[in-house]
Design a binder for this molecule. Structure first.
Ligand code: 5GP
Length: 201
């Protein structure tokens, strides 16, 4: 596959990586486009097919695995498969974009391994596991069982942070957004417009 750069944001669920990725997508100088993943998990009420995910059945997902259609895929939680379709990245590269991913830690590291020269892999670190639990409860998109499952996984994911190119501590959102903006701009080779952040460190 040929094209622009790959920018991976990975983190335990609830760390704020989706907020950071959305913020970066709104910065025109970064020329980013979001890689829409395929998933077999049920659609949440506000989610749209083709915008948040390509929703599909487990058997459709397994067919794509069989056909080698994925750049990477994971069974992130039991029966909940998630993956990046090669066709999605090729589509965005054809538009001349840098591609940004909001994916789990193993998927993020797999992309880095496949395309080391064009990938920036960033790990978003939450302040603590307790804070993660509070954020997941506040979000109320999962029941207690699922929250506990995500917290159990978070312990394992936090241990992988040193394998990433960069770590952003999301203790204060504005500081994290500014740092993410600066890092990605540096990687894609543009000068960032960093006006407007509270933290001007
Ligand atoms: P959620 O169900 O909250 O949307 O996502 C659950 C986890 O799956 C998140 O950590 C999310 O980043 C991850 N994820 C989403 N898309 C992909 C993908 O294409 N590949 C992998 N490996 N993980 C993904």
């Amino acid at each position: 596959m040929k094209g622009g750069k790959l920018i991976v944001f990975s983190a335990p669920s609830g760390s704020g990586k989706t907020t950071i990725v959305r913020h970066l997508l709104a910065q025109p100088e970064l020329n980013l486009a979001f890689s829409v993943s395929a998933t077999s998990r049920p659609r949440r009420i506000k989610e749209k097919h083709g915008e948040h995910y390509y929703f599909m059945s487990i058997s459709q997902f397994k067919n794509h695995i069989k056909n080698d259609d994925f750049l990477e895929w994971e069974e992130v939680y039991r029966d909940n498969f998630y993956g990046t379709l090669k066709s999605e990245v090729e589509r965005l590269w054809a538009e001349g974009k840098n591609v940004i991913f909001d994916i789990d830690v193993s998927g993020g590291l797999r992309i880095k391994k496949k395309h080391p020269d064009i990938t920036l892999a960033v790990f978003v670190k939450p302040p603590s596991i307790d804070e993660l639990k509070i954020r997941l409860k506040k979000r109320s998109t999962e029941d207690d069982d699922k929250i506990n499952m995500r917290i159990a996984k978070a312990h394992v994911e936090l241990a992988t942070a040193p394998q990433f190119d960069k770590i952003i501590k999301n203790y204060d959102l504005d500081t994290a957004l500014r740092e993410a903006h600066r890092l990605v701009a540096e990687y894609v080779g543009v000068s960032p417009d960093l006006e407007g952040y509270n933290d001007q460190a």
